[in-house]
Design a protein around this ligand. Sequence first.
Ligand SMILES: [Zn+2]
Length: 488
Amino acid sequence: MKKPVILGHTLALLFLLNSCATNPVTGKKEVMLVSEGQELAMGQQSDPSVINQFGLYPDQKIQSFINDKGKKMGAVSHRANINYQFRVVDSPIINAFAVPGGYVYFTRGIMAHFNNEAQFAGVLGHEIGHVTARHSAKQQTNAILGQVGLMGAMIASPRLAQFGDQASQGMQLLFLKFGRDDESQSDELGVQYSSQIGYDAAQMADFFRTLQRQQEQSSAEPVPDFLSTHPNPADRYERVHQLAAQWKQQNGSATTKLAVNRDQYLRLIDGIVYGEDPKQGFVEGNAFYHPELKFRLPVPSGWKHQNTPQQFQMADPAGKALLMLASAPGASLDEAAQAIVKQFSLQPSDSKRVTVNGFPALAFVADQVQQDQQTGQQVAGVRVLSYLIQDGKSIFMLLGAAAPADFNTYVSTFTSTMEGFARLTDLSKLNRQPERVRIKTTKTSTTLSQALKANGIPEKRMEEMAILNGMQLSDRLGAGMLYKVVGK
Ligand SMILES: [Zn+2]
């Protein structure tokens, strides 16, 4: 959960106008759903909400690197006139995505998983390709919660799931999807552009392997852009290899200089944050701790939980109740209550002022009225108990939701959880540090497995580290070779 929350929903409305234009990549006339001006407007409008949701990864060296390579590549692309913007966002998810208008985002998660500059450049070319070929992104809002995990899997009632969906909007920016042909064309452009700025494009294919392995290892992870619309990553691996070889053949002498730059890249990302960053909140034992916002909240025993930049969500094991915590809009408790009532179309039935462990708070019960699909009548679809809690200038929204028939079963759990919200003072939690990628050098020839063990990597994390290194555990490392481990 991140501090500032402004929900972005700017992309959906802009796909309406048709016009005919020449595609910059194919040179063919085609119907354009969006004009160039509209594209730019989309990028400009969604950029602040992307940054606000995820935050920029605070490392100037890495931001400069992506910006330098990106501008260089943009200049040799089919749309050199665009003012491209490149950003590394502070998310552990492994993904890269482009928004029309030339806005390209990489997560710190994907930056940690590249093993050389050429892999990075291939993916950069792929994303710039979506922009230059004017692929129109379709939002897959229905699929989002299923992909993210908890809500889709945990919530039994469609009405409750819909409610959770409503509360989670904003996540969709990471899950723009392109069609299969568009992905294919972007692979081709990725090969071309990365080769043109001097990188060995075959490396991009190797990175698909890394993504595939990572995917297989953690089924709960969202599907990255690169794999989302490709049922057969093996074909894609072959194809990118072929395209890279073709490019080398056609461009003869230039290819002797194609760079991979493994050591340079690994030095660049030495120290990059790996996995969840505890400063954005973490669960330990039966509590959720937020060191940056300095509070703690109990987690009901046995409940599932998920932490996203927008909110911290919990669901009971039966999938019949949902409890979430997020920053609330407004300068006062009353303002926040009004905004939430409006946002979720709630009809409050009861409210009272309370104090929660010294914090001023406002508690209310409300129904979300929905239309019954069969009878067409207005019915109470979801009943909520909400506690709004004020901490200085910040207001937090705690919201428990269940079907009206189940509400009484859960109301005491909702109440005791929300009233357990308290100031975090435990220094060991406040000062919790994230894991980081550390670059090590082998002293003598060894295997990856031995090198990892020598750094105290436990057995259960060996495969994860092999994927991070883009290697097999049995692979040999020569003396003086760099490799990645993770540690505090
Ligand atoms: Zn793509």
